[in-house]
Design a protein around this ligand. Structure first.
Ligand code: RIB
Ligand code: CA
Length: 314
């Protein structure tokens, strides 16, 4: 079968990095048309730096990387250095990037690509705040019907919030952008904390990354060692949750995931519940289902797939 043509929209972030590495290691499953960077975990200058660092680590310096929005549509940027460290990619010591950023703005790359590729053939994979995606939909409403699907990491229901009691970070940072994306009508697959908190990098799993012995495996193990301390302190969970790689893994092995096609709305007006994904998991409203909301995964096979694919990289 032909590989899925994808645009990864990202705010690296250690977990974003692993998602990008998994995609680049899987050319039979995904063709990365480009990587668009957004402000989120850390400011845009750093997310655009980190995306290039990761592509060079993977041996893909020819990847097209674009800088996008440096703040949410209508709010002040909230970042997450407390989770990801000052650089956003704390843990391994990796060389500064030498590959260039593309001159085109990320939003224009998203629009141009969706208009140039045959309708229904390009998948958008947002791994951070949805600002770039929403800005593209606002600037070019015609692209909505040309999107094959949007597979994103964001939101939470049973797992509740990680940046506030009710909101997951990606949605919290730009809830207005999320409302636009969730209301765009494009087929939507959502990887909320409900499933990503089941993708925990336990010690044996992280040892398996390190035991690969390649630069990628060692760097991923060092990223995870750094990244897990936040969740360990907050949830007492053993291991860092690999949020964003769930998106890439879904494109490669969707059978590892399960969920429900339900209605999901975004709270934007309440200070207390800003960014909450109001998921009608039990079907108690007559609101139209707009998202496949993923609740579970086969974690052992997820990590086996991830480890096998990372072994392919330098
Ligand atoms: O809440 C987890 C999400 O926020 C992940 O995408 C992580 O990288 C951060 O962007
Ligand atoms: Ca992210």
């Amino acid at each position: 079968m032909n590989p899925a043509k994808i645009i990864i929209d990202t705010d690296p972030g250690q977990d974003d990095a692993v998602a990008i590495l998994l995609a680049l290691a899987s050319p039979e499953d995904v063709e990365v048309l480009g990587i668009t960077c957004v402000a989120g975990n850390v400011p845009l200058e750093l997310t655009a730096r980190n995306a290039r660092i990761v592509c060079e680590l993977a041996g893909f310096p020819q990847t097209k990387i674009f800088a996008g929005c440096d703040r949410p549509l209508g709010r002040t940027l909230v970042t997450a250095e407390h989770v990801h460290g000052k650089s956003g990619l704390d843990g391994p010591v990796l060389p500064e990037p030498t590959m260039p950023l593309q001159d085109t703005h990320a939003v224009d790359f998203i629009i141009d690509t969706l208009r140039a590729e045959p309708a229904g053939t390009v998948t958008l994979c947002p791994l951070g705040p949805l600002t770039n995606i929403a800005a593209a939909l606002q600037k070019a409403p015609d692209i909505a019907e040309r999107i094959k699907q949007i597979v994103l990491m964001g939101g939470a229901y049973f797992e509740v919030g990680n940046i506030t009691p009710t909101a997951e970070f990606n949605i919290y940072v730009d809830p207005e952008a999320a409302r636009i994306v969730f209301g765009a009508g494009a087929p939507l697959v959502v990887m909320p904390l409900d499933v990503t908190h089941k993708a925990l990098v336990t010690t044996p799993r992280n040892d398996a990354f390190r035991a690969l012995g390649n630069a990628t495996g060692i760097a991923v193990a060092e990223m995870t060692d750094f990244f897990e301390r936040f969740d360990l302190a907050k949830y007492g969970s053993e291991g860092a949750p690999l949020h964003d790689p769930c998106v890439t893994a879904y494109l490669i092995a969707p059978h590892l995931f399960s969920g429900r096609h339900i209605n999901v709305e975004i709270e934007c007006d309440s200070d207390l519940c800003r960014g909450m994904t109001v998921a009608d998991w039990w079907g108690v409203t007559d609101r139209k289902p707009n998202a496949l909301f993923i609740g579970d995964l086969d974690a052992d096979h997820f990590f086996a797939l991830l480890t096998d694919r990372l072994a392919r990289l330098p």
